[in-house]
Design a protein. Structure first.
Length: 256
């Protein structure tokens, strides 16, 4: 019950955004459930009867439902993509970080306070990154240097982050800020139907996609990615070959 009260206190300023996420996820779920029956209906009542008009009408409905799914995925999936990329890098280094929820909450609160105080969204993002890194260093100290159980350390950090973020952000409850403006990519955003959905998003969405590409290239093609994977797969062998296991893991946790 105490955890629920802390969550309510912290999430109160973000009611509008949470409501949008819930609505989009609900629409995406309905769309995913509706598409198979719509497809079967096209086959039974359109293709089997040779009704071209029915096929066209149902096809347009299917396209609209698919676009709803895409829009919901792009908007609601951005923070999930970022946290998944961070956890991917951590796990490649041999560290299981279950404290990312606490890190995200602290980063979000510190970023919100910085953006509100300075009036700059860029400063808010930098402050959020710094807050997340500081929390990750606390986890790294427990799990890497002190060799604490990674599961226990991660869960403890999540609970700690929930409580601390609620305390730090209590003075800013009820305040709100405007997010980044949407940026339309020339030519691509003019593509009918899918252009406005995929290529007319804000800076954070584009940034998450860029980070995805960079992380993929780093892990697959760079020497640093090879070192990271070597440390994660066999730290003893990596250490025997002169690789610094602890600094590599610290950097991976800081990134995550």
């Amino acid at each position: 019950m105490m955890l629920l009260r802390l969550l309510r206190t912290f999430l109160r300023p973000y009611r509008k955004w949470l409501a949008w996420v819930v609505v989009l996820q609900f629409l995406a779920t309905l769309a995913a459930l509706y598409l198979p029956s719509l497809n079967a209906d096209i086959i039974d009542n359109g293709i089997a009867r040779g009704d071209t008009g029915y096929i066209m009408r149902a096809g347009l409905i299917m396209l609209a439902v698919t676009l709803v799914q895409i829009a919901a995925t792009v908007v609601a999936g951005t923070p999930l993509l970022l946290v998944a990329l961070g956890e991917l890098v951590c796990e490649r280094s041999g560290v299981l970080n279950l404290g990312q929820e606490g890190m995200m909450l602290m980063g979000a609160v510190i970023g919100f306070i910085a953006a509100t105080s300075t009036g700059s969204l860029s400063m808010g993002i930098l402050a959020a990154m710094l807050g997340g890194v500081l929390m990750s260093m606390l986890f790294a100290l427990m799990a890497i240097t002190l060799a604490a159980n990674q599961y226990a350390a991660g869960l403890a950090l999540t609970i700690f982050g929930i409580g601390l973020s609620s305390f730090v952000g209590s003075g800013f409850v009820g305040q709100s800020i405007d997010g980044f403006d949407k940026i339309a990519i020339p030519l691509l955003s003019d593509i009918p139907v899918i252009g406005p959905v995929l290529f007319n998003q804000d800076l954070l969405v584009y940034g998450s996609l860029l980070i995805f590409i960079l992380v993929f290239c780093f892990l697959k093609y760079s020497r640093g990615g090879l070192i990271l994977r070597a440390v994660g797969e066999s730290p003893e062998a990596a250490n025997a070959n002169g690789l610094k296991v602890l600094p590599v893991r610290y950097m991976a946790v800081a990134f995550g």
